[in-house]
Design a protein around this ligand. Structure first.
Ligand SMILES: *Cc1c(COP(=O)(O)O)cnc(C)c1O
Length: 370
C-alpha cells in the first residue's frame, strides 16, 4: 500500500451526509481488493455478463440477504430496480392505481407531496393527511388519517429525511395495501413486512451506493397490476426474471451485497436499531438538556432516529458550528436548504464514534458560545 493511500485512510471523513451517505469501510475495502480481478476470473465484476455465473452468485446473495435481514415472507417479491425512489413515485400508481380507483397519500413533507403529485398525473389520488404547513416548517407524523376504505393503496414516507420526523409505528389500513417509502430508514430497525403491500428504498442512504432501488412487493399485487403500461415500468417484468429482465446495475448491486453482509455481521435490523437508538440518543439528550441553546423543531412523538435536525440561537452560530465541525473532519451537517440549521444523518454506516465526536463538539461549542 502506498504512503498516500495510507494517509487517506487515516483521515476517513466523519460523513453525516443525508445521501448518498457513509458506507461501511469493510464493504469498500472488499470492493477495492476485488475491483480489477473478481474472484480470480481475470476481470472486474463490472466487465462480467449479468447472465454469467460470477455475477449470478452476487445477485442471488443480494436478494437473499434482503429476504433474510428483513424477514420477507415467501408471498412477496424482492426486486432490484433502477431509477431511484422517485421512479417508484411513478411506478406505484402506474402499476397499482387502476382506473376508477383512487389512491391515498400521507403528506408529511416534500417526498410525500412529490409522490402524490406523480400519482395525480396518472389517476385519482388524494391526501389522507397533510401535515405540511405553508413555508415548509416541521411536519409531525399525523395521529389521525382520513382513510378511503376503497383506496387502491395508502402511501406514506416512513422517515422524513429533510425534516427529521419518522413514524414510530405504522397505521392500520384494514384491507387497503400499505405502501412505504423507506428510502431513509430501510433495515435501520426491524419491521413486520407482512403489514405492507409494497416497501421501497433507493439504496444510497442505508444499504449501499446510488444506482439500485430495493422494492419488496406482495405477489398478488404484482399479479393484479395493470398490464397496459410499458414493460420497463411493470413490476411483473422484473418479478418474472428475478430482476434480470434487462441489464441490472451490476456494480451497485455488488456494493449492496457487500453492505448487507456487514449489516448481517452487525446483528441485522435489530443490531442497526440498537445502534440508531444509541446514536440519536447521544444527540437528542443534548438537545433536551439545553433547549436554550439547541432548538429541536421536532415534537417528541415524531423524532427521527436517523436524521436529527436542530437549530442554534443564530444563523451566524450555525455557520460557526459547521466550520468547527469541518475542522474536525465532520462533513455533511448543513441542514437542507428548506429547513436550515443543522442536520446529522445517522444512517446505518455512520459510526458511533463519529456521533460521539459530534456530541463532544456540541458540548464544547455550547460552553464557548452559550
Ligand atoms: C432521498 C429520498 C428520496 C429520493 O430518492 P432518489 O433515489 O434520489 O429518487 C425519496 N424519498 C425519501 C424518503 C428519501 O429520503
Amino acid at each position: 500500500m502506498t504512503r498516500a493511500s495510507l494517509g487517506r485512510m487515516n483521515k476517513r471523513a466523519m460523513n453525516f451526509y443525508a445521501g448518498p451517505a457513509a458506507l461501511p469501510l469493510a464493504a469498500l475495502e472488499r470492493a477495492r481488493d476485488e475491483l480489477v480481478d473478481f474472484d480470480g476470473t481475470g476481470m472486474s465484476l463490472m466487465e462480467h455478463s449479468h447472465r454469467g455465473p460470477a455475477y449470478d452468485v452476487v445477485h442471488r446473495e443480494a436478494l437473499s440477504l434482503i429476504r433474510e435481514l428483513m424477514g420477507v415472507p415467501e408471498s412477496y417479491h424482492v426486486l432490484l430496480l433502477q431509477g431511484g425512489a422517485r421512479q417508484q413515485f411513478a411506478m406505484i400508481p402506474m402499476n397499482l392505481l387502476h382506473p376508477g380507483k383512487s389512491a391515498d397519500y400521507v403528506v408529511t413533507g416534500n417526498w410525500g407531496r412529490q409522490a402524490l403529485g406523480e400519482a395525480k398525473l396518472l389517476g385519482e389520488a388524494r391526501a389522507a393527511a397533510n401535515t405540511e404547513q405553508e413555508g415548509g416548517t416541521f411536519h409531525a407524523v399525523p395521529t389521525e388519517l382520513d382513510l378511503d376504505p376503497d383506496a387502491a393503496y395508502l402511501h406514506l414516507t416512513s422517515n422524513n429525511t429533510l425534516f427529521g420526523t419518522q413514524w414510530a409505528s405504522y397505521p392500520e389500513t384494514g384491507g387497503v395495501p400499505l405502501i412505504a417509502d423507506m428510502t431513509s430508514d430501510m433495515i435501520s430497525r426491524p419491521i413486520d413486512v407482512s403489514r405492507f403491500g409494497l416497501i421501497y428504498a433507493g439504496a444510497q442512504k442505508n444499504l449501499g451506493p446510488a444506482g439500485v432501488t430495493v422494492v419488496i412487493v406482495r405477489k398478488d399485487l404484482v399479479e393484479g397490476a395493470r398490464k397496459d403500461i410499458p414493460n420497463v415500468f411493470r413490476y411483473a417484468s422484473f418479478a418474472a426474471k428475478d430482476s434480470l429482465w434487462n441489464t441490472p446495475p451490476t456494480f451497485p448491486i455488488y456494493m449492496l451485497r457487500n453492505t448487507l453482509d456487514v449489516i448481517k455481521e452487525q446483528g441485522g435490523a435489530a443490531g442497526m436499531a440498537k445502534l440508531s437508538e444509541k446514536k440519536s440518543g447521544l444527540l437528542y439528550e443534548r438537545l433536551d438538556a439545553h433547549p436554550d441553546f439547541f432548538r429541536s423543531p421536532v415534537g417528541q412523538a415524531s423524532r427521527s432516529l436517523v436524521n436529527v435536525v436542530f437549530r442554534l440561537p443564530t444563523p451566524e452560530l450555525e455557520q460557526a458550528f459547521l466550520a468547527a465541525a469541518a475542522e474536525r473532519s465532520m462533513i455533511g451537517l448543513k441542514g437542507h436548504r428548506i429547513v436550515g440549521g443543522i442536520r446529522a444523518s445517522l444512517y446505518n454506516h455512520v459510526q458511533l464514534e463519529w456521533v460521539e465526536a459530534l456530541g463532544d463538539l456540541m458540548d464544547t461549542f455550547r460552553a464557548k458560545h452559550g
